[in-house]
Structure formats: structure tokens, C-alpha cells
Design a protein around this ligand. Structure first.
Ligand code: NI
Length: 387
């Protein structure tokens, strides 16, 4: 009689060709955030064919599946994101995107195949499970809105822990990166409007130039991190859009609009950013005789903050299935997996794919041999979490 881990490994190994085929099918049909209708139907088809229950939740795209153990017990959630990107694929792969200008360039097809694999493995063992494994196939990760929608739909009701992963091209293939505490940054978006007075480019003394005031604001905002935030606390303020003028070379425009992103790990640092940035923006503008307002856009996501107990559980799971573990290198990128961790303890890990190009690149690829390894890892982690 094989023990549970041996069964998981053997089931996942047998599923390898099927999971790769599923991933390639998904890869051919990328859909961007909020438009994952075909993807949702395809996932539903595969899951129901396997006898896995799909919950009836009010969701336009994305779905929640459940594997119910023979004995009642806790509910543990596994999460995969399902959306693609507006990127034109240049991999030249035989199963490349069939949709012009769209591509699974972040590997969410890989995440879906991995969690489908975990679901199929767990389904084959449901007679031995005590409790329920809920698999969240989440839409709209790239727009950071899908996790909140799943929570509103009730996907976390009764859930005691949530586990998830992102592929990591610069981590060795088949390695798992695990870290307690912050792994990915809180993401906030700021919009700045600078109001000046337009006029002739040759007569600046009769204008209030919003381009000059806006430029000073961009420079001054660099001090929000360098002079106002502890050097021991990671933070980034980047102004990524600066719009002013109408294309004329000799017209000083009346106003300018700036858009930027604010990234932080520590919730206390995040909390004081809006007031600090607003002070810099309004007072620098005033120094130039202009008026500026700063707006913090709604929908910011908190930092991915891994629970120590759940991180330890992922470490145990990785060791059990024979995947090498390393300390995860954090990134200032964001992930709305963080929303789930506001509700229940969870852990988000890196799954190394050892590939040359990074996320969102037109020649981004994944190592498909990691799919069934990841499936075994998450099946094992779910079994541990149910204990
Ligand atoms: Ni991604």
C-alpha cells in the first residue's frame, strides 16, 4: 500500500502529458482580464468531465471547483489566475496564441494547468480526504480586480487557508521559492492634475507653465522615498505618464496630467504615502504659481504577506514531493492574491521555470515539465492543510 505522498507523485506523473496538452490548449486561446469566457467554459468542461463539482457562484468569468473528501473537515483553497495579456506573441511555438495581439505572457495558462492537475490528483484520492479542497480559478489578476470579485461572490466562505503560486523564470526549474512575510508589494495608483495658465511659448511670463511645475513635481516626488521613508523599508514611487500640450511646439498648455504607481511592503509606510505625496505635489506646484491636486485611485491592492505557519506547510509539502526549496526573492510587483490573505492566512510561492525571458515579454515561455511537479506540490500541500 503506497502512502499518500507516493500516490500523489504517481498520479501527478501519470497526468503529465494530459496537463501539458491542457496548458497548450489554454495557451492557444488567451483572453484578457474580464473577458475569460471561453477559458471559463473550457475549465468547467474539464472539471465536470472529471466529476469535480463547480460551485454556482455569481461570476461573469472565472469559477470555483470543489473536491469534497469522504469525511467532513476544514476547507482549504488553492488559487490559479486565468487571464492573459495584450501582448503579441513572438515565441514561434507550434501551439502559439491563435488570437492576434493577445498572449499568455505571464504563464497563467501554466498556473491553470498546475491547479487542474492538483484538482485531478485530489479527486482521485477523495475517499481518503477529510475536508474540502476548493480550487479558485480567478479572472482578472492583471487588473487586480478578480480576487475581490471572488471574495464578494463568497469563494472564501468557510475557508481556513489559501495557497497559490506564480511561475518564476529566473528561479531554477522545479525549485520552489518560499518566504515568510512580504513577498510582493502593495500597489497604489496616483493621478496628479496640474492646473496652470496657457499662452504663447515665446511669452512665458504671461503664463503659469504646468509643464515646468509638473516636471518639478516629478523630481520632488523622488524624495518621498529617498528623504522621507526609512532606507530599511522598500518603497517605489514612479511617475509613468506625463501628458501635456496638444502637439504644438509654441503653445504653453493650460494643464498637465501625471499618472504614477506607488509600491510598498510595510502597511504603515503604505498608510502615510498619500498624505506625504499630496504635500509634495501641492506645495511644489504652489511654488511655481500653479495648482495641483493628487488623487489616490480606488482599487489598490495590499502586499502579499505570507503567514509563517502556511509558509512552513508549503516547505514541508515541497520537501515531501522532492522539490528543492530556496528563500523566495521578493519583488515590488503586485498580486491580488494579497486580497485573500486579508481574509484568511495564506502563502504564495514561486515555482521556478528557469526560462530566459521574464514575465510579459513576447517571447516568454515556461518549462512544462514543472506543471505536474507543481500539481503534486499543491495536492500535497492541500492534504497537509486539511490535517
Ligand atoms: Ni502573472
Amino acid at each position: 500500500m503506497l502512502n499518500l505522498t507516493e500516490r500523489i507523485l504517481s498520479l501527478a506523473a501519470d497526468l503529465t502529458p494530459r496537463l501539458i496538452e491542457m496548458r497548450r490548449t489554454l495557451h492557444r486561446h488567451p483572453e484578457v482580464s474580464g473577458e475569460e469566457y471561453w477559458t471559463t467554459q473550457q475549465l468547467k468542461l474539464w472539471l465536470t468531465e472529471a466529476g469535480i463539482a463547480v460551485l454556482d457562484l455569481p461570476l461573469a468569468t472565472g469559477l470555483v471547483a470543489e473536491i469534497r473528501g469522504a469525511q467532513p473537515g476544514p476547507v482549504v483553497a488553492l488559487r490559479a489566475d486565468i487571464d492573459a495579456l495584450p501582448v503579441a506573441e513572438e515565441t514561434g511555438l507550434q501551439y502559439a496564441s491563435e488570437v492576434p495581439g493577445k498572449m499568455h505572457a505571464c504563464g497563467h495558462d501554466f498556473h491553470m494547468a498546475t491547479m487542474l492537475g492538483a484538482a485531478l490528483v485530489l479527486k482521485a484520492m477523495e475517499g481518503e480526504l477529510t475536508g474540502t479542497v476548493r480550487v479558485l480559478f480567478q479572472a482578472a489578476e492583471e487588473t487586480a480586480s478578480g480576487a475581490a470579485a471572488l471574495i464578494r461572490a463568497g469563494a472564501l466562505e468557510g475557508v481556513t487557508a489559501v495557497l497559490g503560486a506564480h511561475n518564476k523564470p529566473d528561479l531554477a526549474s522545479g525549485h520552489v521559492g518560499i518566504k515568510v512575510g512580504p513577498l510582493m508589494a502593495a500597489v497604489d495608483t496616483i493621478a496628479i492634475h496640474v492646473e496652470g495658465k496657457g499662452g504663447h511659448g515665446a511669452i512665458p511670463d504671461l503664463t503659469v507653465d504646468p509643464v515646468v511645475a509638473g516636471s518639478a513635481i516629478v523630481m520632488a516626488l523622488q524624495t518621498a522615498v529617498s528623504r522621507n521613508t526609512s532606507p530599511l523599508e522598500p518603497a517605489v514611487v514612479s511617475i509613468c505618464t506625463f501628458q501635456a500640450g496638444s502637439g504644438a511646439h509654441n503653445v504653453i498648455p493650460p494643464s498637465a496630467t501625471l499618472l504614477g504607481t506607488v509600491r510598498t511592503f510595510n502597511p504603515a509606510v503604505r498608510a502615510r504615502m498619500p498624505e506625504l505625496l499630496e504635500r509634495i505635489v501641492t506645495e511644489v506646484a504652489a511654488g511655481y504659481g500653479a495648482r495641483a491636486t493628487l488623487r489616490l485611485m480606488p482599487g489598490g491592492t495590499p502586499a502579499v504577506m505570507n503567514d509563517a505557519g502556511m509558509a512552513d506547510l508549503m516547505r514541508q509539502a515541497a520537501e515531501a514531493v522532492g522539490m528543492p526549496v530556496s528563500e523566495a526573492v521578493p519583488t515590488m510587483g503586485g498580486e491580488d492574491f494579497a486580497e485573500y490573505q486579508q481574509v484568511v492566512p495564506g502563502c504564495f510561492v514561486w515555482l521556478g521555470t528557469g526560462c530566459p525571458e521574464s514575465w510579459h515579454h513576447p517571447r516568454f515561455v515556461v518549462d512544462e515539465s514543472v506543471i505536474s511537479k507543481g500539481a503534486a506540490l499543491f495536492a500535497q500541500a492541500a492534504v497537509l492543510a486539511l490535517k
